[in-house]
Design a protein around this ligand. Structure first.
Ligand SMILES: [Zn+2]
Length: 162
């Protein structure tokens, strides 16, 4: 994806207020992100470990999503799979991310959830640039391009529900 600026990011959120978008944590190392190998930018908030954000290009616009999740607890799923990139991780590597719906439905408290890599590094797992702790990616017959495309479609399908 093309490199994003803090301004691009703050202007992209579809499911939080303008005030929240202005205040939320944006990574300070945007210049150092491997943009060529990213299908979307995902990050967490070091000051609020139950929050995550992602931004993806959809047609010609940027779509940002603010999400919350339950940090992994003891006895939680032993091992689980990211619904976007289909990487399997040991406990804690995958989390159920919930995103408030946009507009009135969100203000009424409706949200949508999906299991995702907790670090939102799906793009890097797909390309083998990051390896899950003891989990693994199963052998796929799809090419990397096809897997990237599938991950993107999975993510856009999630966003369509917001
Ligand atoms: Zn993933």
């Amino acid at each position: 994806m093309k490199a994003l600026t803090e301004r691009d990011i703050r202007g992209s959120f579809i499911n939080c207020s303008k005030g929240e978008a202005k205040r939320l944590h944006v990574p300070r190392d945007l210049d150092g992100r491997p943009w060529d190998d990213l299908d979307f930018l995902g990050w967490g908030d070091p000051g609020a470990p139950d929050r995550s954000y992602l931004v993806v290009e959809r047609q010609d616009e940027l779509v940002g999503v603010a999400m919350r999740f339950q940090p992994a607890q003891r006895g939680f799923l032993h091992r689980s799979m990211c619904s976007l990139c289909l990487t399997t991780h040991p406990r804690g590597g995958v989390s159920l991310m919930t995103a408030r719906k946009s507009g009135p439905a969100g203000r009424e408290g409706n949200s949508v959830g999906a299991y995702m890599c907790t670090d939102l590094a799906c793009s890097l797992y797909l390309r083998g640039l990051k390896v899950p702790e003891t989990g693994a990616r199963f052998e796929e017959s799809l090419t990397l391009e096809e897997q990237i495309d599938r991950t993107r479609q999975n993510l856009l399908a999630f966003i369509d529900k917001l």
